[in-house]
Design a binder for this molecule. Structure first.
Ligand SMILES: *Cc1c(COP(=O)(O)O)cnc(C)c1O
Length: 230
C-alpha cells in the first residue's frame, strides 16, 4: 500500500476509536514518526496532508528539517521531539522543535528554560512518565512526576502541556490499556491538556483512553528494518 492509503486508513481508525469512546476525532493529533524514513517519504507525507512530524534523535531531525525547508516552505509543518533528549542537545532541540514530549528531569527543564529564554521562545513540553518497571525506559515515576511538575511549571520560558508514556511492548494492544488509563488519571490530577500515547500497535486503544496525540511511524512509512534508526 502507498502512503496516501496508509494515512487515510489510520485517520479512519482514529475516527472510529474516537467515536467508540464518545470523543471527537478532531481532538486527536496524528504525529507522523519519521525516524528511519528518508526525505522523499516525508515530502510525500506532506503532500498527503500531514503537518506534524516526530523524530527521536536531534541529529537525524536536524538534517531532515533543514533539507525539507530547502525544498518546501510551509510554515504549518511542525516537528516534535519524541525520543529521550540528552542535556547536551537541549539547545538544538529548542531551536528545532515545536513540542518536546520527553522531559524527564529538572536539570533538563532548567536547560530548556534557559535556552528558550535566550531564543525568545516559550518552549512547549510534555513530561515523560514511566509507568512500568522496565530498566531500559526513560521517564519519571509517579512520585518524581509531582516534583518535576512543580518545579517546571514555575519556569517562565517553558509551558508544560501534558504527559507522555510508552508502555512495554506487547503483541496484544489490550495490554497497553491499563498504562493509558493511568497516564490519563495523572494528566487529570495535574490539570493538563495533552496525552501523548499510542503507537502503531496500540494507537486505537490509546484514543479510546483519551490520547490527544498518537505517535505513529510503521503504519505510515512501513517497517524500519533491522537497523532502522531506533
Ligand atoms: C519509534 C517511536 C514511535 C513510533 O513507533 P511505531 O511503532 O513505528 O509506530 C512512537 N513513539 C516513540 C517514542 C518512538 O520512538
Amino acid at each position: 500500500m502507498g502512503l496516501v492509503e496508509n494515512i487515510s486508513g489510520i485517520y479512519k481508525r482514529i475516527s472510529h476509536a474516537a467515536m467508540r469512546s464518545g470523543r471527537s476525532p478532531e481532538d486527536i493529533i496524528l504525529v507522523a514518526v519519521t525516524k528511519g524514513a528518508g526525505i522523499d517519504k516525508i515530502r510525500e507525507a506532506v503532500d498527503a496532508g500531514l503537518r506534524v512530524f516526530g523524530e527521536s534523535r536531534v541529529k537525524e531531525a536536524e538534517g531532515k528539517i533543514s533539507n525539507l525547508k530547502s525544498q518546501i516552505s510551509n510554515s504549518e509543518i511542525k516537528w516534535h521531539m519524541i525520543g529521550h533528549l540528552q542535556k547536551n542537545k537541549a539547545k538544538q532541540a529548542v531551536r528545532l522543535f515545536d513540542l518536546i514530549h520527553s522531559v524527564d528531569s529538572v536539570e533538563l527543564s532548567e536547560l530548556l528554560n534557559k535556552y528558550a529564554g535566550e531564543a525568545g521562545k516559550v518552549q512547549r513540553v510534555l513530561i515523560e512518565v514511566k509507568l512500568s518497571h522496565e530498566e531500559a525506559k526513560h521517564g519519571v515515576g509517579e512520585n518524581k512526576l509531582r516534583e518535576l511538575f512543580k518545579e517546571t511549571v514555575q519556569m517562565s520560558n517553558i509551558k508544560v502541556e501534558g504527559l507522555m508514556t510508552i508502555p512495554p511492548y506487547s503483541d496484544n494492544p489490550e495490554e497497553s490499556r491499563p498504562y493509558f488509563k493511568e497516564l490519563k488519571r495523572l494528566r487529570d490530577e495535574h490539570g493538563l491538556k495533552e496525552l501523548s500515547m499510542g503507537m502503531t500497535n496500540d494507537f486505537e486503544i490509546a484514543v479510546e483512553e483519551g490520547a490527544t496525540m498518537v505517535r505513529v511511524g510503521t503504519a505510515i512509512f512501513g517497517e524500519r528494518g533491522r537497523w532502522g534508526g531506533k
